[in-house]
Design a protein around this ligand. Structure first.
Ligand code: C5P
Length: 296
């Protein structure tokens, strides 16, 4: 199974709910950076993770504490079967980067193990299990472009007819999502219960015009994330100076994201950023959610 990274084109955050989670109105877009999850029959449970040289292997949670272990246990418990499988995860989505790489792995593992164990879990059940694993795991199943509400786990597809080009600059050090939400609470103690709506962004998507989209991008977690990592403001500025229509943080960061006018413009911006940054990726969205690459 292959599962995509996500970015948030709109991320409106409200005051924390009684359960501690924040109400969100978000627009997710799946982009063409993927983690691959391979499963095979095994008498017990094994999980191996491989990373490209630019990802710090120590940053990936070890076997037993990885979200893929939790996904397997949850699916097995739901059906009363043994969680036996040999699983390997090949990562290419930045770790702890605000691109939901762990959520992509969990979504891919749910679907792959459902097939391996011949469980035929209905889609609604898979989405519910996904939501238990993390707020943005249901979106990783769905892919494309979707409106996310609740704590981000309630997803519905929205029209997004164009292809958008993005330049992605991962950070060598991750940022903890809970820490960014805590900083949000400190900086916005009077945040409204209702998060900022996504109407402008949804209209911008339908326009198909990158300049219109650039003006509509919105991320309420950018302020708190930049407060924790002021160095990232310079990266955002560099990308905009290099010709990006707009730079913003991906979700809770620290990955920096740049919207470009076209594929060629994205490559140009990436070329300029590569002089100062070891890893600069060019990608596009929307793309499909978790899907089978080979089967049988
Ligand atoms: O749901 P997930 O496990 O991805 O969330 C990680 C953490 O991010 C939560 O424990 C919480 O601190 C924070 N979070 C939040 N509100 C959300 C989503 C996540 O406060 N809507």
């Amino acid at each position: 199974m292959r599962a995509p990274a996500k970015i948030n084109l709109h991320l409106g955050v409200g005051a924390p709910r009684p359960d501690g989670f924040h109400p969100l109105v978000t627009v997710y877009q799946a982009v063409g950076l993927y983690d691959d999850v391979t499963v095979e029959p095994s008498p017990g449970w094994t999980l191996g993770v491989s990373v490209p040289e630019w990802i710090d292997a120590d940053a990936v949670p070890v076997t037993g504490a990885n979200i893929v272990d939790r996904a397997a246990r949850l699916l097995a418990a739901h059906h009363g079967v043994e969680a036996h499988a040999g699983v390997s995860v090949a990562k290419a989505i930045p770790v702890a980067g605000g691109m939901a790489g762990g959520s992509a792995d969990a979504a891919a593992a749910l679907v792959a193990l459902d097939r391996l164990w011949e469980l035929q879990t209905p889609d609604d059940d898979l989405l519910r299990l996904a939501a238990e694993l993390g707020s943005d795991v249901p979106f990783a199943l769905l892919g494309g472009t979707a409106l996310g509400t609740g704590r981000g786990e309630l997803v519905e597809p929205v029209p997004d007819p164009a292809t958008w080009w993005w330049v992605v600059v991962p950070s060598t050090e991750g940022l903890s999502t809970p820490a960014v939400y805590r900083r949000f609470d400190e900086l916005a103690p009077d945040a409204p219960d209702e998060p900022a709506g996504a109407g402008t962004l949804l209209q911008a998507l339908e326009s198909g015009d990158p300049e219109v989209l650039a003006g509509a991008l919105h991320n309420d977690l950018e302020g708190p994330a930049l407060d924790l990592r002021p160095d990232l403001a310079d990266v955002l500025e560099e990308g905009e100076e290099a010709g990006a229509l707009r730079g913003m943080l991906s979700g809770s960061g620290p990955t920096c994201l740049f919207l470009a006018e076209s594929a060629d413009a994205a490559r140009e911006v990436a070329g300029a950023l590569a002089a100062r940054h070891e890893v600069v990726l060019v990608t596009h969205g929307p793309v499909a959610g978790a899907h089978v690459v080979t089967y049988g």
